[in-house]
Design a protein around this ligand. Structure first.
Ligand code: DAH
Length: 360
Protein backbone atom coordinates (compact mmCIF):
# COMPACT_ATOMS: atom_id res chain seq x y z
CA UNK A 1 0.00 0.00 0.00
CA UNK A 2 2.71 2.42 1.00
CA UNK A 3 4.52 1.43 -2.19
CA UNK A 4 1.48 2.43 -4.22
CA UNK A 5 1.19 5.72 -2.34
CA UNK A 6 4.83 6.50 -2.90
CA UNK A 7 4.56 5.63 -6.59
CA UNK A 8 1.46 7.81 -6.91
CA UNK A 9 3.13 10.80 -5.24
CA UNK A 10 6.25 10.37 -7.27
CA UNK A 11 4.45 9.97 -10.62
CA UNK A 12 2.04 12.86 -10.05
CA UNK A 13 4.98 15.07 -9.03
CA UNK A 14 6.83 14.10 -12.22
CA UNK A 15 3.73 14.92 -14.27
CA UNK A 16 3.41 18.32 -12.62
CA UNK A 17 7.10 19.01 -13.21
CA UNK A 18 7.08 18.10 -16.92
CA UNK A 19 7.80 21.41 -18.66
CA UNK A 20 6.85 20.41 -22.18
CA UNK A 21 5.00 17.72 -24.10
CA UNK A 22 8.18 15.70 -24.78
CA UNK A 23 9.06 15.56 -21.06
CA UNK A 24 5.46 14.58 -20.28
CA UNK A 25 5.64 11.73 -22.79
CA UNK A 26 8.77 10.44 -21.02
CA UNK A 27 6.85 10.37 -17.72
CA UNK A 28 3.97 8.52 -19.40
CA UNK A 29 6.28 5.87 -20.82
CA UNK A 30 8.04 5.45 -17.45
CA UNK A 31 4.68 4.81 -15.73
CA UNK A 32 2.32 3.30 -18.29
CA UNK A 33 4.63 2.12 -21.09
CA UNK A 34 5.31 -1.60 -21.62
CA UNK A 35 8.10 -1.55 -19.08
CA UNK A 36 6.57 1.22 -16.99
CA UNK A 37 6.23 1.10 -13.19
CA UNK A 38 2.42 0.81 -13.18
CA UNK A 39 2.42 -1.74 -16.00
CA UNK A 40 4.90 -3.78 -13.93
CA UNK A 41 2.50 -3.70 -10.99
CA UNK A 42 -0.38 -4.83 -13.19
CA UNK A 43 1.80 -7.73 -14.37
CA UNK A 44 2.10 -8.99 -10.76
CA UNK A 45 -1.69 -9.55 -10.56
CA UNK A 46 -1.44 -12.90 -12.34
CA UNK A 47 0.57 -14.40 -9.54
CA UNK A 48 -1.87 -13.32 -6.80
CA UNK A 49 -4.66 -15.29 -5.24
CA UNK A 50 -8.13 -14.33 -6.49
CA UNK A 51 -8.96 -12.39 -3.29
CA UNK A 52 -5.71 -10.50 -3.30
CA UNK A 53 -6.13 -9.80 -6.97
CA UNK A 54 -9.51 -8.27 -6.31
CA UNK A 55 -8.32 -5.76 -3.71
CA UNK A 56 -4.83 -5.04 -5.15
CA UNK A 57 -6.14 -4.95 -8.73
CA UNK A 58 -8.69 -2.33 -7.81
CA UNK A 59 -6.05 -0.16 -6.10
CA UNK A 60 -3.62 -0.42 -8.99
CA UNK A 61 -6.35 0.45 -11.48
CA UNK A 62 -7.36 3.46 -9.40
CA UNK A 63 -3.72 4.56 -9.52
CA UNK A 64 -3.58 3.93 -13.25
CA UNK A 65 -6.72 6.03 -13.81
CA UNK A 66 -5.41 8.86 -11.62
CA UNK A 67 -2.13 8.91 -13.53
CA UNK A 68 -3.92 8.74 -16.91
CA UNK A 69 -6.17 11.67 -15.94
CA UNK A 70 -3.25 13.69 -14.59
CA UNK A 71 -1.32 13.08 -17.82
CA UNK A 72 -4.26 14.21 -19.94
CA UNK A 73 -4.82 17.33 -17.82
CA UNK A 74 -1.13 18.27 -17.88
CA UNK A 75 -0.98 17.67 -21.63
CA UNK A 76 -3.82 20.10 -22.18
CA UNK A 77 -2.12 22.76 -20.05
CA UNK A 78 1.21 22.32 -21.88
CA UNK A 79 -0.49 22.43 -25.28
CA UNK A 80 -2.20 25.69 -24.47
CA UNK A 81 1.00 27.18 -23.08
CA UNK A 82 2.88 26.16 -26.24
CA UNK A 83 0.22 27.78 -28.41
CA UNK A 84 0.32 30.97 -26.33
CA UNK A 85 4.10 31.12 -26.64
CA UNK A 86 3.93 30.61 -30.41
CA UNK A 87 1.28 33.26 -30.86
CA UNK A 88 3.32 35.68 -28.79
CA UNK A 89 6.50 35.04 -30.79
CA UNK A 90 4.84 35.14 -34.20
CA UNK A 91 2.87 38.35 -33.86
CA UNK A 92 2.38 40.25 -37.12
CA UNK A 93 2.35 44.04 -37.10
CA UNK A 94 -0.33 44.77 -39.68
CA UNK A 95 0.57 48.46 -39.65
CA UNK A 96 4.00 47.76 -41.23
CA UNK A 97 4.32 48.51 -44.98
CA UNK A 98 3.95 45.50 -47.27
CA UNK A 99 7.27 44.36 -48.69
CA UNK A 100 7.32 44.69 -52.50
CA UNK A 101 7.36 41.55 -54.62
CA UNK A 102 10.63 41.14 -56.60
CA UNK A 103 8.93 42.04 -59.86
CA UNK A 104 7.89 45.36 -58.35
CA UNK A 105 11.05 46.20 -56.43
CA UNK A 106 13.29 46.42 -59.51
CA UNK A 107 13.65 49.88 -61.01
CA UNK A 108 13.73 51.19 -64.58
CA UNK A 109 16.85 53.26 -65.29
CA UNK A 110 16.10 56.95 -65.99
CA UNK A 111 17.61 56.59 -69.48
CA UNK A 112 15.23 53.74 -70.34
CA UNK A 113 12.39 55.72 -68.84
CA UNK A 114 13.19 58.81 -70.92
CA UNK A 115 13.53 56.68 -74.07
CA UNK A 116 10.07 55.25 -73.35
CA UNK A 117 8.74 58.77 -72.83
CA UNK A 118 10.26 59.97 -76.12
CA UNK A 119 8.79 56.97 -77.90
CA UNK A 120 5.33 57.63 -76.47
CA UNK A 121 5.45 61.32 -77.45
CA UNK A 122 6.75 60.86 -81.01
CA UNK A 123 4.67 57.75 -81.71
CA UNK A 124 1.65 59.92 -80.97
CA UNK A 125 2.82 62.30 -83.72
CA UNK A 126 3.15 59.46 -86.23
CA UNK A 127 6.90 58.76 -85.95
CA UNK A 128 8.42 55.31 -86.02
CA UNK A 129 11.65 54.19 -84.36
CA UNK A 130 14.80 53.52 -86.40
CA UNK A 131 17.97 51.94 -85.10
CA UNK A 132 21.53 51.46 -86.31
CA UNK A 133 24.74 49.80 -85.12
CA UNK A 134 27.00 51.26 -82.43
CA UNK A 135 30.06 50.21 -84.46
CA UNK A 136 29.70 52.37 -87.56
CA UNK A 137 31.44 53.03 -90.87
CA UNK A 138 33.44 56.24 -91.09
CA UNK A 139 31.60 56.88 -94.36
CA UNK A 140 28.17 56.77 -92.72
CA UNK A 141 29.11 58.53 -89.48
CA UNK A 142 30.88 61.37 -91.32
CA UNK A 143 31.29 61.38 -95.11
CA UNK A 144 27.68 60.83 -96.18
CA UNK A 145 26.67 63.43 -93.59
CA UNK A 146 28.65 65.99 -95.55
CA UNK A 147 31.71 66.10 -93.30
CA UNK A 148 34.44 66.45 -95.99
CA UNK A 149 37.63 64.39 -95.45
CA UNK A 150 39.97 66.37 -93.22
CA UNK A 151 37.22 68.82 -92.21
CA UNK A 152 37.81 70.21 -88.69
CA UNK A 153 34.26 69.26 -87.67
CA UNK A 154 35.45 65.64 -87.60
CA UNK A 155 37.97 66.59 -84.93
CA UNK A 156 35.23 68.08 -82.72
CA UNK A 157 33.79 64.63 -82.18
CA UNK A 158 36.72 63.06 -80.25
CA UNK A 159 36.11 59.81 -82.07
CA UNK A 160 37.02 56.30 -80.89
CA UNK A 161 38.45 54.68 -84.04
CA UNK A 162 39.16 51.00 -84.65
CA UNK A 163 42.41 49.99 -86.37
CA UNK A 164 42.29 50.60 -90.15
CA UNK A 165 41.49 47.63 -92.39
CA UNK A 166 43.70 46.61 -95.32
CA UNK A 167 41.66 48.67 -97.77
CA UNK A 168 42.37 51.74 -95.61
CA UNK A 169 38.80 52.16 -94.28
CA UNK A 170 38.29 52.10 -90.54
CA UNK A 171 35.30 51.57 -88.33
CA UNK A 172 34.50 53.72 -85.34
CA UNK A 173 32.09 53.93 -82.42
CA UNK A 174 29.39 56.24 -83.72
CA UNK A 175 29.85 59.74 -82.35
CA UNK A 176 26.20 60.71 -82.80
CA UNK A 177 22.88 59.16 -83.87
CA UNK A 178 22.89 61.07 -87.18
CA UNK A 179 24.29 58.03 -89.11
CA UNK A 180 20.92 56.38 -88.47
CA UNK A 181 19.41 59.17 -90.63
CA UNK A 182 21.70 58.04 -93.43
CA UNK A 183 20.84 54.36 -93.01
CA UNK A 184 17.13 55.21 -92.98
CA UNK A 185 17.29 57.37 -96.12
CA UNK A 186 19.31 54.68 -97.91
CA UNK A 187 16.68 52.07 -97.09
CA UNK A 188 13.28 53.76 -96.92
CA UNK A 189 11.47 55.63 -99.66
CA UNK A 190 10.17 59.04 -98.52
CA UNK A 191 7.97 60.21 -96.90
CA UNK A 192 10.05 59.47 -93.78
CA UNK A 193 9.21 60.25 -90.18
CA UNK A 194 11.51 58.55 -87.67
CA UNK A 195 13.21 59.06 -84.36
CA UNK A 196 16.46 57.24 -83.66
CA UNK A 197 17.35 56.84 -79.99
CA UNK A 198 20.58 55.08 -79.08
CA UNK A 199 24.05 54.92 -77.59
CA UNK A 200 26.82 57.22 -78.82
CA UNK A 201 30.51 57.49 -77.93
CA UNK A 202 33.11 60.22 -77.61
CA UNK A 203 36.43 60.33 -75.81
CA UNK A 204 35.32 62.76 -73.12
CA UNK A 205 34.66 62.53 -69.37
CA UNK A 206 33.62 65.02 -66.67
CA UNK A 207 30.54 65.84 -64.57
CA UNK A 208 28.32 66.23 -67.64
CA UNK A 209 30.17 64.07 -70.19
CA UNK A 210 30.78 60.33 -70.23
CA UNK A 211 32.56 58.34 -72.97
CA UNK A 212 29.28 56.55 -73.69
CA UNK A 213 26.10 58.61 -73.72
CA UNK A 214 22.73 58.65 -75.44
CA UNK A 215 21.16 60.74 -78.17
CA UNK A 216 17.90 60.84 -80.01
CA UNK A 217 17.72 61.94 -83.58
CA UNK A 218 14.62 63.02 -85.47
CA UNK A 219 14.22 63.00 -89.23
CA UNK A 220 11.37 64.07 -91.49
CA UNK A 221 11.65 63.88 -95.28
CA UNK A 222 8.73 64.86 -97.49
CA UNK A 223 7.96 67.04 -100.47
CA UNK A 224 7.05 70.09 -98.42
CA UNK A 225 8.56 69.47 -94.95
CA UNK A 226 9.72 72.87 -93.67
CA UNK A 227 11.02 74.77 -90.65
CA UNK A 228 7.48 75.67 -89.56
CA UNK A 229 6.75 71.97 -89.14
CA UNK A 230 10.02 71.46 -87.27
CA UNK A 231 9.22 74.30 -84.90
CA UNK A 232 5.76 72.91 -84.15
CA UNK A 233 7.07 69.40 -83.55
CA UNK A 234 9.78 70.60 -81.19
CA UNK A 235 7.36 72.78 -79.26
CA UNK A 236 4.85 69.97 -78.89
CA UNK A 237 7.66 67.67 -77.82
CA UNK A 238 8.99 70.06 -75.16
CA UNK A 239 5.55 70.68 -73.68
CA UNK A 240 4.80 66.97 -73.53
CA UNK A 241 8.22 65.95 -72.26
CA UNK A 242 8.58 68.58 -69.54
CA UNK A 243 4.87 68.21 -68.74
CA UNK A 244 4.08 71.95 -68.87
CA UNK A 245 1.19 73.68 -70.70
CA UNK A 246 3.40 76.24 -72.48
CA UNK A 247 7.05 76.73 -73.24
CA UNK A 248 8.87 79.44 -75.19
CA UNK A 249 11.69 78.41 -77.51
CA UNK A 250 14.52 80.37 -79.08
CA UNK A 251 16.15 79.34 -82.38
CA UNK A 252 19.75 80.55 -82.81
CA UNK A 253 21.76 80.21 -86.04
CA UNK A 254 24.46 77.57 -85.78
CA UNK A 255 26.51 75.20 -87.92
CA UNK A 256 26.32 71.46 -88.60
CA UNK A 257 27.76 69.99 -91.81
CA UNK A 258 24.59 67.97 -92.45
CA UNK A 259 22.01 70.78 -92.19
CA UNK A 260 21.54 74.08 -93.95
CA UNK A 261 20.36 76.30 -92.38
CA UNK A 262 21.37 74.97 -88.95
CA UNK A 263 20.08 76.10 -85.60
CA UNK A 264 20.49 75.51 -81.92
CA UNK A 265 17.39 75.60 -79.77
CA UNK A 266 17.07 77.03 -76.27
CA UNK A 267 14.03 76.61 -74.07
CA UNK A 268 12.66 79.02 -71.54
CA UNK A 269 13.38 78.14 -67.93
CA UNK A 270 13.65 79.53 -64.42
CA UNK A 271 16.73 78.82 -62.35
CA UNK A 272 16.44 79.34 -58.60
CA UNK A 273 18.35 77.82 -55.70
CA UNK A 274 19.96 75.05 -57.74
CA UNK A 275 16.57 74.10 -59.15
CA UNK A 276 15.44 74.53 -62.71
CA UNK A 277 11.83 74.80 -63.89
CA UNK A 278 10.62 74.81 -67.49
CA UNK A 279 7.83 76.77 -69.13
CA UNK A 280 8.38 79.86 -66.95
CA UNK A 281 11.04 82.45 -66.09
CA UNK A 282 13.51 84.56 -68.04
CA UNK A 283 16.44 82.17 -68.46
CA UNK A 284 17.35 80.04 -71.48
CA UNK A 285 18.83 76.58 -71.72
CA UNK A 286 20.20 74.94 -74.84
CA UNK A 287 18.63 71.55 -75.49
CA UNK A 288 19.14 70.54 -79.11
CA UNK A 289 20.55 71.13 -82.59
CA UNK A 290 18.47 71.05 -85.74
CA UNK A 291 18.11 72.28 -89.31
CA UNK A 292 17.00 71.52 -92.85
CA UNK A 293 18.75 68.41 -94.19
CA UNK A 294 21.61 69.54 -96.45
CA UNK A 295 20.99 68.78 -100.16
CA UNK A 296 24.38 67.00 -100.27
CA UNK A 297 23.19 64.58 -97.58
CA UNK A 298 19.98 63.85 -99.50
CA UNK A 299 22.02 63.26 -102.65
CA UNK A 300 24.53 61.04 -100.80
CA UNK A 301 21.60 58.91 -99.65
CA UNK A 302 19.98 58.57 -103.07
CA UNK A 303 17.21 61.14 -102.54
CA UNK A 304 16.66 63.84 -105.16
CA UNK A 305 16.89 67.25 -103.42
CA UNK A 306 14.82 68.83 -106.20
CA UNK A 307 11.94 66.53 -105.30
CA UNK A 308 12.30 66.07 -101.54
CA UNK A 309 13.36 68.16 -98.58
CA UNK A 310 13.34 67.61 -94.87
CA UNK A 311 14.50 68.55 -91.44
CA UNK A 312 16.35 66.83 -88.63
CA UNK A 313 17.25 67.40 -85.03
CA UNK A 314 19.41 65.75 -82.42
CA UNK A 315 19.61 65.95 -78.66
CA UNK A 316 21.26 64.32 -75.67
CA UNK A 317 18.96 61.94 -73.83
CA UNK A 318 21.12 61.93 -70.70
CA UNK A 319 21.03 65.71 -70.64
CA UNK A 320 17.25 66.02 -70.91
CA UNK A 321 16.87 63.23 -68.31
CA UNK A 322 19.13 65.17 -65.92
CA UNK A 323 17.15 68.36 -66.54
CA UNK A 324 13.74 66.79 -66.14
CA UNK A 325 14.51 64.68 -63.09
CA UNK A 326 16.95 67.03 -61.31
CA UNK A 327 20.01 64.80 -61.43
CA UNK A 328 23.16 66.89 -60.99
CA UNK A 329 25.85 64.43 -62.15
CA UNK A 330 25.90 62.22 -65.23
CA UNK A 331 28.51 59.70 -64.06
CA UNK A 332 26.28 57.73 -61.64
CA UNK A 333 24.06 56.88 -64.64
CA UNK A 334 26.67 54.31 -65.56
CA UNK A 335 27.89 53.14 -62.14
CA UNK A 336 25.16 50.53 -61.54
CA UNK A 337 24.76 51.60 -57.90
CA UNK A 338 21.49 50.09 -56.66
CA UNK A 339 21.03 52.85 -54.06
CA UNK A 340 21.14 55.48 -56.82
CA UNK A 341 18.82 53.42 -58.97
CA UNK A 342 16.27 52.88 -56.22
CA UNK A 343 16.25 56.66 -55.64
CA UNK A 344 16.15 57.88 -59.26
CA UNK A 345 14.66 54.80 -60.98
CA UNK A 346 11.06 54.25 -62.06
CA UNK A 347 8.53 51.60 -61.16
CA UNK A 348 8.61 48.83 -63.76
CA UNK A 349 4.86 48.56 -64.18
CA UNK A 350 4.22 52.29 -64.61
CA UNK A 351 4.78 52.53 -68.36
CA UNK A 352 4.86 56.10 -69.64
CA UNK A 353 1.95 57.02 -71.87
CA UNK A 354 0.45 60.32 -72.93
CA UNK A 355 -2.97 59.30 -71.65
CA UNK A 356 -1.77 57.85 -68.33
CA UNK A 357 0.93 60.48 -67.65
CA UNK A 358 4.57 60.24 -68.63
CA UNK A 359 6.35 60.31 -65.31
CA UNK A 360 3.61 59.89 -62.70
N1 DAH B 1 24.58 65.15 -84.49
C1 DAH B 1 24.66 66.38 -83.75
C2 DAH B 1 25.60 66.22 -82.57
O1 DAH B 1 25.86 65.14 -82.17
C3 DAH B 1 23.30 66.78 -83.24
C4 DAH B 1 22.41 67.20 -84.36
C5 DAH B 1 22.35 68.53 -84.73
C6 DAH B 1 21.65 66.29 -85.03
C7 DAH B 1 21.56 68.96 -85.77
C8 DAH B 1 20.83 66.70 -86.09
C9 DAH B 1 20.78 68.05 -86.44
O2 DAH B 1 20.05 65.86 -86.77
O3 DAH B 1 19.99 68.43 -87.45
O4 DAH B 1 26.06 67.20 -82.06
Amino acid sequence: MSDLNALETETLAAIAAASDEAALENVRVAALGKKGSISALLATLGKMSPDERKTEGAKINVLKDKVTDALAARKLVLKEAALEARLASETVDVTLPVREAPVESGRIHPISQVMDELTAIFADMGFSIAEGPDVEEDDINFTKLNFPEGHPAREMHDTFFFNPKEDGTRKLLRTHTSPVQVRTMLNVKPPIRVICPGRTYRCDSDQTHTPMFHQVEGLVIDKSANLGHLKWILEEFCKAFFEVPNVKMRFRPSFFPFTEPSMEVDIQCKRSGGEIRFGEGEDWLEILGCGMVHPNVLRNCGINPDEYQGFAWGMGIDRIAMLKYGMPDLRPFFEADLRWLSHYGFRPLDLPSLAGGLSS
